[in-house]
Design a protein around this ligand. Structure first.
Ligand SMILES: [Zn+2]
Length: 352
């Protein structure tokens, strides 16, 4: 590790329940950030939640500007940064699904501005993590940004998102099962720093989602709460670890590889779930349990369900380790050739 000390940046406030958008003013005031705010949102998330956030802050006497972003590329991050430089807000509020939150998180971090996360979907663990994934950077995986100062999750907003985003969130949470195995492996074989607390927190999130899989159904608030708490805990695990290590292993590398091979592709968490089945098989862990839980939730477990070709799955598995040579995982250890990758994908039923 290059840093001389271990740095942890954690969220200060996490507010979760129905109707919590109404608390945004109170949170901003308590954090001493009154004055001006910049909201970064997508068109749809602005309608669903952004406008309400803006109106509430304006009613409290704040100056509020809204910047709509579409796809989140490095160019759009720079646009947000320009607006921050021009307008000098006290706080940046990201309202949206994963990508909009990431755009807000990274631009705020680059401009040294506090960031509040207001997710409108539960599609992955970026809602609470200090990392951001942005297209067009030199790396296809997440980079360190900053932890949100506050996270406000309104379940009345979350239930409006497509159900598929919940399934994706579950896949991302279950994927921690193999991410933690890869981290342990890197510690044992490469003497990499390993934090048992962060690892336990990430693993517990995966286990709780798996244990409560039957509750993950539309209209079941308890199931949604399990997922929400799991994803927030994953974000905190990354904050404690100071990297994405507890939450991102070989299954994430597989997903990143698939993103590079096939676009448009399935959702992040859907791909990581399938990646986790493959990685669990390679770790000689209970891959069938992961597959069966994903099936129970309604998540993809085959190439066909991911809407990719069998050959793309094999190619992604073969290429995954090359994306991050420094992040040692079971894929780096085994160094599988194409034939071996095909065999693994067939045995696990991901390809036919
Ligand atoms: Zn993820």
């Amino acid at each position: 590790m290059s840093s001389p000390y271990h740095y942890m940046q954690l969220p200060r406030e996490v507010i979760v329940r129905n109707g919590t958008l109404a608390r945004v003013t109170e949170v901003v005031q308590r954090l001493g950030l009154s004055g001006s705010a910049l909201i970064v949102a997508g068109q749809k998330s602005c309608e669903i939640a952004g406008k309400q956030v803006r109106d509430l802050l304006q009613q409290a006497g704040m100056n509020v500007d809204t910047l709509l972003v579409k796809t989140v590329t490095n160019k759009e991050i720079l646009t947000v940064e320009e607006r921050i430089k021009e307008w000098k807000p006290r706080v940046l509020i990201g309202v949206g699904g994963g990508t909009k939150i990431d755009a807000a998180k990274l631009s705020a971090s680059r401009q040294n501005l506090p960031f509040i996360s207001v997710p409108t979907t539960l599609s992955h663990d970026g809602i609470a993590s200090p990392l951001a994934s942005v297209k067009g950077l030199d790396k296809p995986y997440s980079v360190m940004a900053q932890a949100p100062l506050a996270i406000i999750v309104d379940t009345d907003v979350i239930v409006q998102a497509p159900w598929r985003s919940v399934i994706s969130g579950c896949g991302d949470a279950i994927a921690k099962f193999t991410a933690v195995k890869d981290w342990k492996l890197a510690h044992a074989e490469k003497d990499e720093y390993y934090g048992e607390y962060a690892a336990s927190l990430a693993l517990m999130s995966a286990k709780l989602v798996m244990k409560n899989a039957k509750l993950i159904q539309p209209g079941n608030d308890e199931g949604l709460r399990v997922l929400l708490e799991a994803l927030i805990s994953c974000g905190v695990a990354m904050s404690i670890a100071g990297s994405s290590r507890p939450c991102s292993g070989s299954e994430h590398l597989f997903s990143h590889a698939l993103d590079m091979i096939k676009c448009p592709h399935a959702m992040h968490g859907e791909q990581c779930g399938v990646g986790s089945v493959l990685a669990a098989y390679l770790h000689r862990a209970d891959w069938k349990r992961i597959r069966d839980t994903l099936k129970q939730i309604g998540a993809p477990t085959t190439a066909r369900e991911l809407n990719v070709k069998d050959a793309d799955v094999v190619k992604a598995l073969e290429m995954a380790a090359t994306i991050r040579p420094e992040r040692y995982t079971i894929l780096h250890k085994l160094n599988l050739d194409r034939e071996a990758c095909e065999k693994v994908a067939k045995i696990t039923g991901i390809i036919s």
